[in-house]
Design a protein around this ligand. Structure first.
Ligand code: LLP
Length: 419
């Protein structure tokens, strides 16, 4: 459910016509709905309101500080994977005590920054990382709160490019080593093991893998406690899928997912942490582009638009399908078009055979479900300016990241003297 709609006079983001935003800001651009972000966060948070639980938004999904601030004010924490994301989360006002730090190869500098900030938890993914964090924390005279990321060897049934919980994926420590490494963490200076974490993949469309992973890691909590260890935190990661295409089978509802996790962990007496990204941000964003021209290529109709794969790379990278909405209210017989961008690559193709009613230059098209892993994966390939972001809230909108000028884009580059 989102707050984008098609009305008699065109597409709206909440109460603002898309056309008004596109005219003011230019295209391509991302548009987010504050009401949708709030709604998605609140639905999940509500399911855990009687638990000691933290919803740590996966910053990588949509990292604009306006969005982080909006979620942080509602109580969200942040799941970060870099020093840059730590900087963003703190800048957005998310307290360090609500920050968990994931990632397989944190650098010394990143560890130091997180230790100095006083984050809630380092999610540690290997024996080598335990040793590294121990050394860095000891040198600073600090103690790092640690959760061991275990690989539960659960196949989440999602695309292999975004699966993380099978035993040969690069993430986490093997399940069989978890006991030994928890003991090691307890023995090493500068570390305080406080829990376990799992994350089995992204865009997962059934609750069964979550249930299996929670059961496996829950068993580990019990056995570690039997050995005398303290296990106070359990982080079950993110990964619930969302509907990208109306025709596709609907993923589980957030409430069913939450009920499953609640059931699986009810008796564990732990502080529960979740790291949802896509679930909160995905349907809260549109990628909006304008048709530049049309072209008939040996019988294939192309609508060539001003947005490109550097702005929204998911179709090129994962074969992802984002539903297209036309701004012009549909009348007459549609003509099927491939929608492609101006970048010089054949994979700069957003969608094939889309029935379009209005294909004149300047017509706006909006790709749905672009809030998560959209703007954050944009680049300046082909020296195209980084795509701007706009946040709509009711009847007003704010440009929360403006389009850089060419001068700004080149400002970090230098031509050496005398060469
Ligand atoms: N926690 C960890 C440790 C993760 O690695 C991820 C995502 C999340 C949480 C959030 O997962 P979510 O709830 O959003 O599924 N670029 C890809 C998705 C990559 C996901 C990476 N990890 C895409 O566009 O589909």
């Amino acid at each position: 459910m989102d707050h984008f709609s098609s009305r008699h006079d065109g597409l709206y983001a909440e109460d603002v016509p898309l056309r008004r935003i596109a005219d003011a800001v230019g295209t391509p651009l991302y548009i987010y709905s504050a009401a949708t972000l709030r709604r998605h966060y609140d639905i999940l948070a509500d399911e855990f309101k009687n638990r000691d639980a933290l919803i740590a938004f996966a910053v990588k999904a949509l990292s604009n500080i306006a969005v982080l601030a909006l979620l942080g004010r509602r109580g969200a924490g942040a799941d970060i994977v870099s020093g840059g994301e730590l900087y963003r989360a703190l800048k957005a006002g998310i307290p360090a005590e609500r920050v968990v730090f994931s990632g397989v190869a944190k650098s010394r500098g990143e560890m130091e920054a997180a230790l100095n900030a006083g984050i809630l938890q380092f999610n540690v993914e290997s024996e080598a990382e335990l040793a590294h964090l121990s050394a860095v924390a000891s040198a600073l005279g600090k103690t790092a709160p640690v959760a061991l990321r275990v690989n539960p060897d659960v196949d989440a049934g999602t695309d292999t490019r975004i699966s993380t919980g099978r035993k040969d994926d690069k993430f986490g420590v093997p399940f069989a080593d978890a006991g030994r490494l928890y003991r090691l963490a307890a023995a090493l200076p500068g570390l305080r093991p406080q829990g376990l974490t799992v994350h089995i993949g992204s865009q997962i469309t059934s609750v069964a893998p979550f249930e299996r992973a929670a059961a496996r890691v829950g068993g580990l909590v019990t056995s570690l406690r039997a050995e005398g260890h303290e296990v106070t935190h359990l982080d079950l990661g993110g990964g619930l899928g969302i509907p990208y295409e109306r025709a596709a089978a609907a993923p589980p509802l957030p409430v069913d997912y939450a009920a499953t996790l609640n059931r699986a962990t009810a008796d564990l007496n732990v502080r529960l942490i979740l790291e949802p990204g896509r679930l909160i941000a995905g349907n809260a964003g549109l990628f909006v582009t304008r048709i530049v021209l049309t072209k008939n290529q040996e019988g294939t109709h192309y609508a060539l638009v001003d947005g490109a794969m550097n702005d929204l790379i998911r179709p090129a990278l994962y074969g992802a399908r984002h539903e297209v909405m036309e701004d012009t209210p549909p009348t007459g017989v549609p003509v099927h078009h491939h929608i492609a961008g101006p970048v010089c690559e054949s994979t700069d193709l957003f969608a094939k055979d889309v029935p379009l009613h209005e294909v004149s230059a300047g017509a706006l098209l909006a790709f749905r479900t672009a809030g998560a892993y959209g703007a954050v994966q944009a680049s300046q390939y082909n020296t195209r300016p980084l795509v701007p972001e706009v946040l709509v809230d009711g009847d007003r909108f704010t440009v929360i990241r403006r389009r850089p000028t060419y001068e700004e884009m080149l400002s970090l580059e230098v031509i050496p003297d005398d060469f």
